[in-house]
Design a protein around this ligand. Structure first.
Ligand code: ATP
Ligand code: MG
Length: 260
């Protein structure tokens, strides 16, 4: 049985892509077959996976969407790239902006990605979708085909406030499009445990959301080593495997496997 996890938060820069890469790598290191889907026109996930100029890629999620909209068959392995840590990647690039706009006129536009994910998911143990920082059609598409949503939250005041809009969207998608959708958990990221401020934020998230939603018992520490991985096409496990961020993502991986 495969599990589809969307990593979403409309707030930018909260650690969605970093979490997609490192959860994906953690799962692959445990022998799981993993596909990462980049659904962000920024292509940050594709860049992190080593495709440093995504706009030069010839085949991406944009072509997959075009085929889906035109009801064409998608050949096996179409557009999928391989990463050395045993992870498959469906890359994205700036073309996805235009593709997202053109979906407005497509029938069942919220379910286009689901068409694709339903076709390929049995080949994988985990499909992880890195969402863009918006609650637009692509994010709704990701939520419509996911089993669960993982919500990274940067341990800072404003990102915590923005959670209500995301949670409302998740419940609307659950009611209208995908009744099985659940919340995998809220993941606090970039936690600077040396400061009282970070401790207050962690306590606030647990207090405000912890009763009604799962909050992971793991916090991702703030670390320059984590930030550096974005540019070197390696996960934190390859780059700094003894560090605290690797330990945190390994613990997150264990929880996700236990939940599946
Ligand atoms: P966007 O909304 O633009 O897609 P995002 O939510 O995907 O952003 P990331 O790209 O994962 O966020 O992270 C934002 C920035 O923070 C990046 O420069 C990344 O390298 C850095 N970063 C991520 N995790 C950590 C961490 N634990 N410690 C320090 N820096 C981090
Ligand atoms: Mg991102």
């Amino acid at each position: 049985m495969s599990k589809v996890i969307a990593i979403a938060n409309q707030k930018g820069g909260v650690g969605k892509t970093t979490s997609a890469v490192n959860l994906g790598a953690g799962l692959a290191a445990q022998g799981k077959k993993v596909l990462l889907l980049d659904t962000d026109p920024q292509g940050s996930l594709s860049i992190c996976m080593g495709y440093t100029e995504p706009d030069k890629l010839e085949v991406t999620i944009v072509d997959v969407i075009e085929k889906l909209v035109n009801e064409e068959d998608i050949p096996e392995g179409y557009a999928i790239l391989k990463h050395s840590e045993n992870i498959d990647l469906l890359p994205s690039n700036i073309g996805l902006s235009a593709a997202e706009v053109s979906l407005v006129n497509v029938m069942s536009r919220e379910l286009v990605l689901k068409d694709y994910v339903d076709q390929i998911k049995e080949q994988y143990d985990f499909v992880i979708i890195d969402c863009m920082p918006s609650l637009g059609i692509m994010t709704v598409n990701a939520l419509a085909c996911a089993d669960t949503v993982l919500i990274p939250v940067q341990s800072a005041f404003l990102p915590v406030k923005g959670l209500q809009a995301l949670i409302k969207t998740i419940y609307t998608v659950k009611r209208r499009l995908n009744s099985k959708l659940e919340i995998e958990g809220i993941l606090l990221t970039m936690v600077d445990s040396r400061t009282n401020y970070a401790k207050d934020i962690v306590a606030e998230v647990n207090e405000v959301y912890g009763k009604s939603l799962p909050v992971f018992p793991i916090e991702i520490p703030l670390s320059i080593r984590a930030a550096e991985t974005s540019a070197i096409s390696k996960s934190i496990f390859e780059y700094d495997h003894k560090g605290k961020v690797a330990a945190a993502y390994a613990a997150l991986t264990d929880v996700v496997i236990r939940n599946s």
